[in-house]
Design a protein around this ligand. Structure first.
Ligand code: MG
Length: 171
């Protein structure tokens, strides 16, 4: 029941699951050439069936909607309208999505935060709509769905470990 509601919320906010699947595809396809968009969409749908993920979507989108209606108490209302850069609770909420599939998702989430693409770019370029939470939620879902696919292919898992080492110099 929450699953349908979650998909309905995305529709209401102008986001198609196919757009999230495209991000997953871009993240994983270079390392698994046989990967299809359908496989990515299926992974997104599986992630959305997790109760923790549904709770994150419902919570975050509700806060975005209340901010658009300008009915949040101050200073929260202003923080949301400005998308205050030091406010990090939106990212922390998205971590509850990624945690379901382990640390590989965390690497992709950090990458998407720096390299916004597709639907993420669109959500960030709105003046009237507020998507403070939704952009991180979508990045979290895409990262989790990509991690699910990576877990199926041990070589890709190694790739992520290597890339993490490249970026941080250790670990
Ligand atoms: Mg955000």
């Amino acid at each position: 029941m929450f699953y349908e509601h979650t998909i309905e919320l995305f529709k209401k906010r102008g986001v198609q699951l196919e757009e999230i699947a495209e991000i997953v595809y871009n993240l994983q396809q270079p390392y698994h050439p046989g990967l299809t968009l359908d496989e990515c969409l299926e992974s997104v749908q599986t992630v959305l069936k997790k109760r923790e993920v549904q709770h994150a979507v419902i919570t975050g989108v509700s806060l975005d909607q209340l901010a658009e209606q300008k009915i949040l108490p101050e200073p929260f209302q202003t923080i949301m309208e400005l998308d205050e850069p030091l406010y990090g609770v939106d990212e922390v909420l998205a971590l509850s999505i990624i945690n379901v599939y382990g640390t590989i998702g965390l690497t992709s989430f950090g990458y998407l935060d720096k390299n916004k693409q597709g639907v993420l770019t669109r959500l960030n370029n709105h003046d009237e709509e507020i998507h403070v939470f939704l952009d991180d939620i979508i990045a979290g879902i895409a990262a989790a769905a990509a991690a699910r696919i990576a877990h199926k292919y041990p070589n890709i898992e190694r790739y992520f470990t290597d890339r993490k080492r490249d970026r941080h110099g250790s670990n």
